[in-house]
Design a protein around this ligand. Structure first.
Ligand SMILES: *Cc1c(COP(=O)(O)O)cnc(C)c1O
Length: 235
């Protein structure tokens, strides 16, 4: 199977899974995670219809986004403070924000170039020590802080599920989905019952990878991040 075949097949499977879950296929973005492939691989995926790509290293994000500026580039990797201006300069959506000091730096970098940066907050739902992400209990506080930063727009949440353990995977995805719902309630209606002037509409859930995207779609994922199932020869 070629990269183009893989992409087309996955998009079809994703559409089928959406319909099975009573969801509209247009609600779920297939993010092609191109971190293991080169410019040729990206080109092939674009020829098969891919419009959104994810990278986890700033240098590759810069190189690929400058070569292919007509598709959308997402940053999904570990964020280092000193690379924030590079990331903000090249990413339409940053999925992996898990440090509050980075939020302010992202906002400042975005302000410098006259941009409002879309971000997702990453949560560690499973509680595994090896996973990055904010503890879910901090969600309300975090959103309140983000609200005061002009050049940030929080679009939703992101998480990574533990590998291989079906029950833990379900718990992770249902947990993130429930958290998003609670945050939307908390932030759209104030304590006195009036509707708040919250400028965030939390409608994005970035969850699901090559091995677990089907479960993620069941739990309301709006972005599945697929790497190996598109770009690896032996997946
Ligand atoms: C690499 C990566 C993916 C894609 O993983 P696959 O298992 O190859 O589909 C998704 N999300 C993040 C954050 C990644 O680093």
């Amino acid at each position: 199977m070629s990269i183009a075949d893989n992409y087309v097949r996955l998009r079809k499977e994703l559409d089928t899974q959406c319909v099975k879950c009573g969801r509209n296929p247009s609600e779920v973005l297939l993010l092609a995670v191109s971190k293991t492939t080169g410019l040729d691989g990206v080109k092939e995926a674009i020829s098969a219809g891919a419009c959104d790509f994810g990278e986890n290293r700033p240098d590759e994000l810069i190189r690929k986004s400058e070569t292919f500026p007509d598709v959308n580039w997402h940053f999904i990797g570990n964020i280092q403070s000193r690379r924030i201006p590079d990331i903000v300069g090249h990413a339409s959506l940053i999925h992996s924000v898990c440090n509050i000091s980075h939020v302010e730096k992202i906002s400042n970098a975005a302000k410098t170039i006259g941009k409002v940066q879309d971000i997702l907050l990453e949560f560690n739902i499973s509680g595994e020590e090896s996973k990055s992400g904010f503890p879910p209990e901090e969600a309300f506080n975090l959103l309140e802080k983000c609200m005061h930063m002009e050049n940030i727009c929080v679009r939703g949440f992101m998480t990574m599920a533990p590998r291989g353990d079906e029950v833990a995977i379900e718990k992770t995805f249902s947990g993130l989905s429930g958290l998003l719902e609670r945050c939307n309630c908390e932030f759209s209606v104030k304590k006195d019952g009036s509707v708040s002037d919250n400028r965030f509409v939390l409608d994005q859930l970035s969850m699901g990878m090559s091995e677990d995207w089907k479960q993620a779609v069941v739990w309301g994922s709006t972005v599945v991040r697929i790497g190996r199932a598109i770009f690896a020869e032996d997946f």
